[in-house]
Design a protein around this ligand. Structure first.
Ligand code: ADP
Ligand code: MG
Length: 249
């Protein structure tokens, strides 16, 4: 196997006295789709937010490609952190779109601020990505006038605007009405087919089973068990995994 594009070792994170990540290690290969499942409060969001540097950890190592976002609990300078995190896109449960900007404005904002491309190229890319997520006619709409499924597809297109090497999803369909989850999962399935590297925290066991290369079960701030979907769903070894799966399947 190629060297992992994401390598996490012995990550620790506390909020005050609450130890949320106890000892998290994770390795993701390029083009791999990893689904992270586990009970509410187990630390899944904190783990994902730590990868994107939305949280700073108290110890451990995160390597992204050739670079350490954090090495034995020590972070590099702000410019280096920004360079590393710019290679990752994140999609949140609650979309986090800018309500005062149109769909097109949401897509174009970050690329315009980082000025990596001429405005015309940014505009063309926005149109391409809106078409990719099936929203080519919604560029002028405001988020408030979109369904939840449409908002989340905009959020995915927005993340793709920065041409990330890695996409991180935190329960992307959990805030959606059931009839709207399919259109979002379909876009994610398409990205997986294009060999995007993805870490997906999800309650969608069907999606994890069909699309993930590997499923990891987190409980109490640690990964308890991981395997292929067939292994983890078909033959869980740990008691805690069994109890969880019996509850959600
Ligand atoms: P999950 O995503 O698996 O539901 P989280 O990572 O969101 O779990 O949360 C893990 C634990 O950390 C929970 O007990 C939660 O209340 C706590 N927590 C998360 N974020 C914060 C924060 N910013 N401040 C204090 N406690 C937090
Ligand atoms: Mg969460």
């Amino acid at each position: 196997m190629d060297k992992a594009i994401i390598e996490v070792k012995n990550l620790r994170k506390s909020f005050g006295a609450l130890e949320v990540l106890k000892d998290v290690s994770l390795s993701v290969a390029r083009s791999e789709v990893v689904a992270v499942i586990g009970p509410s409060g187990s630390g899944k969001s904190t783990m994902l937010r730590s990868l994107a540097h939305l949280e700073e950890v108290n110890g451990g190592t995160i390597r992204i490609g050739e670079d350490h976002l954090v090495l034995d609990g020590k972070y590099p300078g702000a410019a280096k952190i920004k360079e590393i995190t710019s290679r990752m896109g994140m999609v949140f449960q609650h979309f986090n779109l800018f309500p005062h900007l149109t769909v097109r404005g949401n897509l174009e904002l970050a690329p315009r601020l980082t000025k990596r491309l001429p405005a015309a190229d940014i505009a063309r890319k926005a149109e391409e990505l809106l078409a990719k997520v099936g929203l080519q006619d919604k560029g002028d709409a405001y988020p408030a006038n979109l369904s939840g499924g449409q908002k989340q597809r905009v959020a995915i297109a927005r993340a793709l605007m920065m041409s990330p090497e890695i996409l991180l999803f935190d329960e992307p369909t959990s805030a959606l009405d059931p009839e709207l989850t399919g259109e979002v999962l379909e876009v994610m399935r398409q990205l997986a087919g294009e060999r995007m590297t993805m870490v997906v925290v999800t309650h969608e066991m069907g999606f994890a089973r069909e699309v993930a290369d590997r499923v990891m079960f987190m409980a109490d701030g640690e990964f308890i068990e991981s395997g292929t979907p067939d292994e983890l769903f078909g033959n869980p070894r740990q008691e805690r995994t069994k109890v969880f799966l019996n509850r959600v399947l």
